[in-house]
Ligand binder design. Structure first.
Ligand SMILES: NC(=O)CC[C@H](N)C(=O)O
Length: 390
């Protein structure tokens, strides 16, 4: 009779080799984590030390393979309260050291189990510092994770990665948004009604509005201006319009830009977050461009140029608005200023219209996960609607 395997031996036996293959030929080898198989997406990294559940379930990560720079992931397991949507959206997951123990009073299962249950292919045991430095130097690019039967010789895997679609030019918000309209009721007395275009909305966003007395009607990504103005009491249309975060290249979202131009033309109060900021930029006539490796994390310094204050903020974006920082721009919808800027790299992080009740930010005031410094932006939206009603 053989002695029972020690936990260490059992773990070793369970290890399945895996490879993380980048489009430029760099290969990291590790072990399968989560589901076994193959997956493709854009290689990006997230610097959050916490909030992995919110990251995994953020629809903006659709078609991206996310590497966590925090060395150990999974410590608090998975609960049923923190997801930002009904499923995990990342195309693949890359970690250094998966926690062997889930320890939290809210934990229902381990992260490994959750990744497996949702069929998310991941890899662990790779040098995520070297990976991140590489992506910072060379830029975000296509990648693939291969394990089990999918693990092949390097040339074959590389060829498969190079056949995957690029993020630039990808029109993805329709793939993650709701098909049906739904309503998030105001908490307490209802003060305003907002039509929110779901381009990949995170659950916390309507919640932040609802807790301020706003009833939020969440509309599919392909909603028309007519659909937007059908929201609200007595046929008067909504008190405000909101455009959410979302995956893909904002340059592809022509339909939504056309809707937004109609909203601006009617001077309805508007607030946009992330993808919504990029679309406000486009509606005003600015371009958007792909950043070298993007901003993804929960401690990015942003300056609110109207108050001079610096906020520590949550980010998840790979594209940005191309607007001048040093002057007020004249646009078909009046004067506009860059209201917020990232202090790491001077990327546009917010737009403020002067002749329109409209503004937007590139980062995440809903803070899920992340610091709450930017919560005042929901109050600004509320105040805009109050001003319009007065
Ligand atoms: N979180 C978002 O809304 C991301 C917007 C866009 N997909 C980008 O990567 O820049």
């Amino acid at each position: 009779m053989t002695a029972p395997a020690s936990p260490t031996t059992a773990r070793r036996a369970a290890r399945v080799p895996a490879a993380y293959v980048l489009e430029d030929g760099r290969i990291f080898r590790g072990q399968a984590y989560g589901a076994i198989g193959e997956t493709f997406g854009e290689a990006v990294f997230n610097t959050g030390m916490t909030g992995y559940q919110e990251t995994l379930t953020d629809p903006s990560y659709h078609r991206q393979i996310v590497a966590m720079t925090a060395p150990q992931i999974g410590n608090t397991g998975v609960n049923d309260e923190d997801p930002e949507s009904a499923r995990i959206w990342v195309a693949g997951y890359v970690v250094r050291d998966p926690s062997r123990v889930s320890s939290n009073w809210r934990a229902k299962r381990s992260l490994d189990e959750e990744l497996k249950a949702q069929g998310i292919v991941g890899i662990s045991g790779i040098d995520t510092r070297a990976l991140t430095r590489h992506l910072r130097e060379v830029g975000a690019m296509r990648a693939g994770i291969f394990s089990g039967e999918a693990l092949a010789d390097d040339a074959t895997m590389l060829e498969r990665v190079r056949q995957a679609p690029q993020m630039e030019g990808a029109d993805l918000c329709g793939e993650v948004a709701t098909d049906e309209v739904y309503v998030v009721p105001a908490v307490g007395e209802k003060k305003f009604t907002v039509a929110a275009l779901d381009l990949g909305i995170k659950g916390m966003t309507p919640h932040r509005m609802a807790e301020r007395g706003i009833e939020v009607h969440v509309l599919p990504a392909n909603a028309t201006a007519e659909d937007v103005y059908a929201v609200g009491d007595n046929g008067n249309g909504p008190d405000g319009v909101f455009f959410s975060n979302g995956p893909g290249d904002p340059a592809t979202a022509d339909g939504q830009v056309a809707v937004l131009r109609e909203v601006l033309g009617r001077k309805t109060p508007f607030f946009g977050i992330c993808f919504g900021n990029q679309l406000l930029g486009r509606a005003l006539g600015f371009g958007t461009y792909k950043l070298k490796y993007g901003h993804r994390g929960i401690n990015q310094p942003v300056q609110d140029r109207t108050t001079g204050k610096v906020e520590v903020t949550a980010h998840n974006h790979g594209f940005a608005v191309d607007a001048p920082l040093d002057k007020v721009s004249e646009t078909p919808f009046g004067r506009v200023e860059v209201s917020h800027v990232c202090l790491n790299d001077d990327v546009v992080e917010g737009l403020q219209c002067f002749d329109q009740p409209a503004f937007s930010v590139q980062y995440h005031p809903e803070a899920a996960a992340g610091p709450h410094d930017a919560a005042y932006l929901f109050d600004r939206f509320f105040a805009l609607m109050e001003g319009q009603r007065a």
